[in-house]
Design a protein around this ligand. Structure first.
Ligand SMILES: [Cu+2]
Length: 123
């Protein structure tokens, strides 16, 4: 009996690994909340970024809040390499990154090891 169980566990694990690498992960996207000449969006950091895509309006100053709910070293930093931003998310529960919206385009961000990815879309 024990070996059958081990085989089943093995098959499930292999399935999970295949799904992780080749499966089409659902990408969540959220539009920023519009305020008085400011727009804000919150990304929950927990085993990844949720949502992984934030949509910002061009020309409105933007704040993207990273709500840290993860305890792994992997996600402890968020890096916007094109902006030269590298923030330690473990200092505060919520860390705000000011994102420039002067031109339309995509700004990518990632964890400190470049394993988890998200992006900000300005349009
Ligand atoms: Cu990482």
């Amino acid at each position: 009996m024990g070996s059958i169980l081990a085989i089943i566990i093995g098959i499930v694990l292999i399935g999970l690994i295949i799904w992780w690498f080749f499966g089409k992960h659902q990408e969540s996207s959220t539009a920023a909340e519009q305020g008085n000449n400011v727009q804000t969006a919150t990304v929950v950091v927990k085993g990844g970024y949720s949502p992984s895509t934030v949509v910002l309006k061009k020309g409105v100053p933007a704040k993207v809040n990273f709500d840290m709910q993860d305890h792994t070293a992997c996600l402890s930093h968020v890096v916007f390499s094109s902006l030269g931003v590298d923030k330690d998310l473990t200092k505060k529960k919520v860390t705000t990154v000011d994102v420039p919206t002067d031109k339309a385009g995509e700004i990518n961000f990632a964890c400190g090891m470049d394993m988890f990815h998200g992006k900000v879309v300005v349009k």
